[in-house]
Design a protein around this ligand. Structure first.
Ligand SMILES: C[C@H](O)[C@H](O)[C@@H](O)C(=O)CO
Ligand code: MN
Length: 418
């Protein structure tokens, strides 16, 4: 440990102790938390199944920064680099298109064996894995997927989702920890539909078929992710947030809240405690929407801070799987992963460094003056000293030191690609 970091921590620790916060206990708690690092930041959501297929489904990646991963081995190397700069022990989130096989297969043919190399790698690195069926960027996804009114198309996507659940359960069994299988589909209409009921009934029934096979919760949990709108589906999104909230509650599965999938003025963190008194649990896609679901790299802004604080203050960490969802090709992709994950973890640390009991006492006795005064003062507490110490403790670089490693990696590895 370098001297200045230790000294700064000692002073900061005293300051937090004076308001009843035990920073050593906080760092111990933070070290137990896993965030799921989305692999698709590494290759602009292309995957290895149909890499020449354009990205569709109303999501888009801008930028052409050199060095994107074009093979599973490259992507794993980039993830390794990123994970070595993120404090703690985490998970990696895969989409179905990230197969690692020489077989030429379509999405309705995926099997656990096509992802074996990911599992071997995860075991070697002590990582967990999450999974997502990929219901976009495919010739059969242009006119709807699970809610399609073409029985053949719908059957194709049902088969894909059923198989993705088997892959997720295999991940969970092999890695001895829960793998979340998150279902998101892009179905919707550009213009106002007349019949809004039939697509949603078809989606409900298709999902029910997908979920027929039962798996052990300890290995696999289903999650459904809604959305306000997507490019090309501006007027109607079949799998809207209300639809999936209802579906998750009635089927006792996880609801995925993507921070970019609501109206920009909505506070997504407020939804956690609206859902959890009734629901099984949450999956989060921590993201950064700029005017729309732009999937910018997560930073420690007010929205992200509120997410971390809400999870901690309300004791929701045991019921929430924290994933991230952003993809930016205008900057170094490994750096994007590191920035997003470190910022997400910082939001949790900020939450943990609050004098929660004092604040709750003030609130319950109606002392809202104290609640406001203390939360404001906390903003200038020496949080950075605690974070730097945590990084040292977890053997990852503190401050911007990590950037040197990414720049070095860029020079030696990334610029040699393409
Ligand atoms: C890759 C997608 O972003 C992801 O699967 C989905 O979670 C989403 O947020 C679509 O907008
Ligand atoms: Mn998402």
């Amino acid at each position: 440990m370098t001297q200045p970091i230790e000294e700064a921590y000692t002073l900061a620790k005293q300051k937090y102790a004076a308001i009843g916060v035990d920073t050593d206990a906080v760092l111990d708690k933070l070290s137990q938390i896993k965030v799921s690092l989305q692999c698709w930041q590494g290759d602009d959501v292309l995957g290895f199944m149909f890499p020449d297929q354009a990205l569709t489904g109303g999501i888009s990646v801008s930028g052409n920064y050199p060095g994107k991963a074009t093979t599973p081995a490259q992507l794993r190397a980039d993830l390794d680099k990123a994970l070595s700069l993120i404090p703690g022990n985490h998970k990696v989130n895969l989409h179905a298109i990230y197969v690692d096989t020489d077989e030429k297969i379509d999405l309705d043919q995926i099997e656990p064996k096509h992802y074996e190399k990911w599992v071997e790698w995860a075991k070697e690195k002590g990582l967990g894995l999450d999974f997502n069926p990929t219901c976009f960027s495919h010739p059969k996804s242009t006119d709807g997927t699970l809610s399609s009114n073409d029985p053949e198309t719908q059957a194709f996507w049902i088969e894909h989702v059923k198989r993705s659940r088997k892959v997720a359960a295999y991940f969970g069994e092999e890695l001895n920890q829960t793998c979340v299988n998150n279902i998101w589909i892009p179905d919707g209409y550009k213009d106002n539909p007349i019949d809004k009921m039939s697509p949603r009934v078809r989606l409900r029934d298709a999902l029910d078929q997908c979920l027929e096979e039962k798996f052990d919760d300890a290995h696999m949990l289903d999650a459904v992710e809604g959305k306000l709108f997507g490019i090309g589906a501006e007027s109607f999104t079949t799998g809207s947030n209300d639809f999936y909230l209802s579906y998750a509650l009635t089927r006792d599965i996880l609801w995925t809240i993507d921070a970019g999938h609501f109206h920009p003025t909505e506070d997504v963190s407020d939804k956690f405690t609206a859902f959890l008194p009734f629901g099984k649990g949450l999956m989060l896609h921590v993201s950064r929407p700029i005017r729309w679901d732009s999937d910018h790299v997560v930073i420690l802004d007010e929205a992200t801070t509120r997410i971390g604080e809400t999870l901690v203050r309300n004791d929701l960490l045991d019921k929430t799987f924290i994933g991230m969802d952003f993809f930016d090709a205008t900057i170094n992709r490994v750096a994007a992963m590191v920035i997003g994950a470190r910022s997400t973890l910082k939001s949790l640390l900020l939450g943990m460094l609050s004098p929660i009991d004092t604040l709750k006492d003030a609130e319950s006795t109606g002392d809202f003056t104290t609640r406001l005064a203390v939360t404001e003062e906390m903003k200038s507490y020496p949080f950075g000293a605690i974070w730097d110490y945590y990084c040292q403790q977890q053997s990852v670089p503190a401050g911007t030191e990590w950037l040197k490693e990414v720049k070095d990696y860029e020079q030696k590895i990334l610029t040699e690609r393409n």
